[in-house]
Write a protein that binds this ligand. Structure first.
Ligand SMILES: [Zn+2]
Length: 481
């Protein structure tokens, strides 16, 4: 009899548990934010396309190999701007700062906090033989423009300047100052953006909103979500190249000790891979789950609505599959380089390996090194940090800056789900964390997976429709600034 009561009690608890899961899942539906149909923005589309083509034709390649850079091409691009965007040059003042930084100021009616719209006009080098069309001719075929920098990020520079050019021609004056901040060395960690941030600091200018490259309108990025997602980065992960070095007496390979330096490093490598960093659902990721999760299929909605219960399951899936979901939740470690001795029969006097580490907002360069050191537990391995950058500050999503950017995104890409997210790459905007918690990373484009792959790769190209949309987005944004 007692057994039966216990069984009934267990069943009741189980039923209550399932009921809680289901009720929470049912309540976890898209927030109903009905938007009025935005009015159409009319502007000179042909002018926007031909201006972008002119920018693309300048070979503004920045490279760690200085001989691959041609300063004349950068000057050519800068010299061309007044002709391409004449009204901008009538109204805005242009300040040039060190390291090819360009800072335009468009004076507003009031003295409230200004906005900063960023882009970079340098591009990464090309492997011309691998391209189907020349990378710097801006050839247009079937409504597609080919060329290095079309996506990254001359399209947004052109978007900002074409939008401002149109609005200024119409007699529009923004409420507050708007700055356009363009750097010419983003791809090589140049100092242009930092110099601009320092200028704002010196002038005691506090910013209302900053928009730089980052997320985009993309499909198939979140489990179970079919609609396009417009991802706006509200933080970016930090980065660290960690070098592991082991020294030995070297010698001939015919009578080795049980472990050579390469063996020692391999053990360290497998230990680190076996013990990934702890998962954290930080603010950007929590808000992304809470936004996109509501649009997902039943199973995932149940998981994201009940993270109190399924967090462990989600973590297990992420750990096993790696990839983007995992990168959102933890500091990741990718072993990328290893070197030993110069001959097959010589024990290396020194062996090194390098891992590229992307730091979750909860980690720092120091805490990550400490964790790796403890996982390895081997004092013979020396750890050296190279190019360590801590994660960025996390931007607010409860302020006018966020609301303005997300409204412009929602009106331009109707039908897409606008969501905060954590960027796993680095951008120039990380420097702005020092002066603002309203920095939003969004590349104003809808991109397919295939198109995304051409960024920094071969055959980079853009649909003309995307060129128009970028202009449209900035017009909608500027009207609110
Ligand atoms: Zn790039």
């Amino acid at each position: 009899m007692l057994g039966l009561y216990i069984l009934i009690a267990i069943l009741l608890v189980l039923a209550a548990f399932v009921a809680v899961l289901l009720i929470r899942t049912a309540a976890f539906k898209p927030k109903n934010e009905k938007r009025a149909v935005p009015h159409e923005e009319v502007f000179d589309k042909d002018a926007a396309v031909s201006a972008l083509a002119e920018l693309v034709k300048c070979k503004t390649v920045s490279s760690y190999k200085k001989e691959e850079e041609d300063e004349v091409e950068f000057e050519k691009l800068i010299g061309m701007l007044p002709k391409l965007y004449p009204s901008v040059f009538v109204t805005c003042e242009l300040k040039k700062l060190e390291d090819r930084a360009l800072l335009f100021r468009w004076k507003g009616k009031s003295v409230g906090e200004p906005a900063v719209l960023m882009a970079h006009y340098d591009v990464v080098p090309v492997n011309e033989d691998m391209w189907d069309k020349p990378p710097f001719d801006a050839i247009i075929e079937n409504e597609v423009m080919w060329g290095r920098g079309t996506l990254d990020t001359k399209v947004t520079m052109n978007g900002v300047l074409s939008a401002a050019n149109k609005l200024i021609s119409d007699g529009f004056v923004p409420e507050n100052d708007v700055y356009f901040a363009f750097s010419g060395g983003e791809e090589v960690n140049g100092l242009g953006a930092l110099n601009i941030v320092n200028y704002f600091k010196e002038q005691n200018i506090t910013l209302g909103v900053v928009v730089d490259e980052g997320g985009a309108v993309v499909e198939n990025v979140f489990p179970g979500v079919k609609s396009p997602c417009a991802l706006i980065g509200i933080a970016e992960k930090g980065m660290l190249n960690l070098e592991y070095t082991v020294k030995s007496a070297g010698g001939h390979a015919s009578a080795p000790k049980p472990h050579t330096p390469v063996g020692v490093l391999s053990m360290a490598c497998s230990k680190v891979e076996a013990k990934p960093f702890k998962a954290h659902i930080t603010k950007p990721v929590a808000e992304m789950f809470d936004t996109l999760g509501r649009h997902s299929n039943f199973v995932y909605r149940m998981i994201f609505a009940n993270l109190w219960c399924f967090r462990g399951v989600l973590d297990m899936i992420a750990k096993k599959s790696g990839g983007e979901m995992n990168a959102l939740m933890r500091t990741t470690v990718a072993f990328t380089q290893m070197s030993g001795s110069s001959a097959p029969n010589v024990i290396p006097p020194e062996a090194t390996m390098v891992s590229n580490i992307r730091l979750n907002p909860e980690d720092t360069v120091e805490s990550a090194m400490e964790y790796i050191g403890s996982v390895i537990g081997d004092d013979s391995i020396k750890l050296t940090a190279h190019n360590g950058t801590n994660p960025s500050r996390i931007s607010s999503t409860d302020c006018d800056g966020w609301r303005k950017v997300s409204a412009a995104v929602a009106d331009t890409w109707q039908g897409s789900i606008v969501s905060p997210y954590l960027m796993v790459q680095c951008s120039d905007s990380r420097h702005y964390g020092a002066i603002s918690d309203r920095v939003y990373r969004f590349s104003a484009m809808a991109l397919t997976t295939e198109e995304r792959a051409t960024i920094h790769g071969n055959n980079e190209r853009i649909r003309l429709d995307a060129v128009y949309k970028a202009v449209e987005f900035y017009i909608r944004l500027m009207r609110q600034l």
